[in-house]
Design a protein around this ligand. Structure first.
Ligand code: MF3
Ligand code: CO
Length: 269
């Protein structure tokens, strides 16, 4: 046992949830995952530069596929558990996992989450942004603004040797204060060596609960914020698209972060 093992062991003995050592990335792994994350960010920048009213979400899929593969990467969603496209595009009342389509045309007033995940040299990265098309309603604008604030507050609540629940508490409190709700059963995840690693990251848990944030851990902060009910249903035909139960708007922003000895580093900005 080294000093870190002893520290983790004593935290566990006091009832804290601690990560397996395998979830703590080595400096070499971190360097490789950062390259993947940099490409992932470039893909999102590429989408940002080309998104416009009148284009289909299928065109966004092509932008993602072409840009990623021409830079030596692989879009992680493609064929992941049968997902048919290279990116998730979630429009208005779609919470997440929307499938790009030739017949889905972006229109003035839409809000769209584009969730990009990349494999580079076997290492995984994942981040999403909200895009607004043309002039959006004050109602939609507020949801997008508050979602961004939620993620920023979650980020600021995170610190090495704190808990995942500190992040969740900050996010959920800010969402509720604005009359919104946070989706409960779909959350974030560890990432880096695989697309989805432990831990599952909830955004509705309490301060001081859930896994301890140990330097070397990597995970996503990606709350889904609904303007009214947090309830959802999954499209029976495609098996993927997650809709708000009450047809309200939903927004999501995703950062991929690394816990370091001195703080939390965002890898996807
Ligand atoms: N970026 C999404 C997530 O991890 C990917 C969902 S799986 C997919 O939260 F197959 F839909 F891409
Ligand atoms: Co993710």
């Amino acid at each position: 046992m080294d000093r870190l093992d002893i520290k983790l062991w004593s935290l566990a003995a006091r009832g804290h949830i601690v990560p397996e050592r395998s979830l703590l990335k080595t400096p070499k792994q971190i360097a490789a995952i950062k390259k993947s994350a940099a490409l992932n960010t470039a893909v999102l920048d590429h989408v940002e530069a080309h998104i416009h009213a009148g284009m289909s979400t299928e065109e966004i899929d092509r932008l993602v596929y072409d840009f990623t593969t021409s830079h030596g990467g692989i879009p992680a969603p493609l064929n992941y558990q049968g997902f048919p496209k290279s990116v998730c595009t979630s429009l208005n009342n779609v919470i997440c996992h929307g499938i790009p389509s030739e017949t889905e045309i972006l229109q003035d007033g839409d809000i769209l989450n584009v969730d990009v995940s990349t494999i580079l040299n076997g290492y995984y990265s994942d981040a999403s942004r909200m895009f607004t098309i043309g002039k959006i309603s004050p109602r939609a604008a507020k949801l997008v603004r508050v979602t961004k604030e939620c993620v920023e507050r979650g980020l600021h609540a995170a610190k090495p040797w704190g808990h995942l629940g500190d992040i969740a508490y900050a996010i959920n409190t800010h969402a509720r204060r604005n009359g919104y709700s946070v989706v409960e059963d779909i959350g974030g995840h560890g990432i880096g060596l695989e697309f989805h690693e432990a831990p599952f990251v909830s955004y509705v848990t309490q301060k001081g609960t859930e896994m301890v944030l140990v330097p070397g851990m990597m995970f996503t902060i990606e709350p889904m914020i609904n303007e009214s009910s947090p309830d959802f249903f999954i499209d029976e035909d495609d098996g993927w698209t997650v809709y708000t139960e009450d047809n309200g708007l939903s927004a999501q922003i995703e950062y991929m972060v690394l816990v370091t000895g001195s703080g939390i580093e965002v890898l996807t900005k």
